[in-house]
Ligand binder design. Structure first.
Ligand code: MG
Length: 254
């Protein structure tokens, strides 16, 4: 199932996308069911929102060997984690704002895990029971500020720095999917999730032993090599096999 969140008739809703039709869903994330009296809604009649509303985004740094090399970093012995604030989330039809404080705004195409239910001290073999599905994320980064700071909070935390979407695919084995990032239609990143140093199930388990993961929380699994800058007016696309294409445009500060 492809889960979307959308605005229709002035209300934010969750639904299942099939072709160009959405069926509204109801209930908690781990027990979604068709809403009472739901009629199919045309995709063209709605505004798509980020498919998850995470309380926190736990992101993983240097989780592809080739990206570690391009950043001049050693391969990590354990996942290197940081948090992006919930206020950074935007949907597939929103603009990435180029902040005035940076001169180097980078895209990072990533596979993101969406949590379905409270997860604490989860075994790796049980991890998928706690996962709703997978979506595309752009871990937008002010690279110059990341290099200036010890912590990543400023460089990764601006409003609009976490585009998510367009859908959460629930029926998916995430272990070997093609991931590609395009800037104005040109391929800049291309890899497979089989190149992740720490895979999805391992990350759910590892993180759940540190902090409780709640329904809707997002884990962004890291980016392959090929990160690079965006300018105002650029369109950036993160496409993952069997999920879809997350497309956003870079806009000037408001
Ligand atoms: Mg990243």
């Amino acid at each position: 199932m492809k889960i979307v969140r959308f605005r229709y008739e002035d209300r934010d809703r969750i639904g299942a996308l099939e072709g160009d039709r959405i069926t509204e869903l109801d209930g908690p994330l781990d027990a979604l069911k068709p809403a009472a009296g739901a009629r199919p809604i045309a995709l063209s009649a709605v505004r798509l929102l980020a498919p998850a509303t995470p309380g926190k985004i736990v992101a993983v740094g240097v989780n592809y060997r080739d990206h570690a090399k391009e950043m001049g970093r050693e391969l990590p012995a354990e996942p290197m984690l940081f948090i992006k604030p919930s206020t950074a989330v935007i949907g597939p039809q929103d603009g990435i704002v180029y902040p005035p404080q940076t001169r180097r705004l980078d895209y990072e195409g990533e596979l993101a895990i969406v949590i379905a239910r409270t997860a604490k001290n989860v075994e790796e073999k049980d991890a998928r029971r706690y996962v709703l599905g997978y979506t595309c994320m752009n871990d937008v980064t002010a690279r110059d500020l990341q290099r200036l700071d010890v912590q990543f909070t400023r460089a990764k935390g601006f409003d609009t720095f976490a585009p998510l979407g367009p859908v959460i695919e629930t029926d998916l084995d995430p272990s070997d999917l093609q991931i590609e990032t395009r800037l104005n239609g040109e391929t800049r990143q291309k890899s497979r999730t089989s190149n992740l140093i720490f895979g999805c199930d391992y990350l759910v388990s590892f993180i759940s032993r540190i902090m409780t993961l709640l329904a809707g929380d997002v884990i962004s699994t890291g980016t392959p090599s090929g990160v690079g800058p965006m300018q105002v007016g650029d369109t950036v696309e993160v496409e993952i096999e069997k999920i879809g294409c997350l497309r956003n445009t870079v806009v000037p500060p408001r």
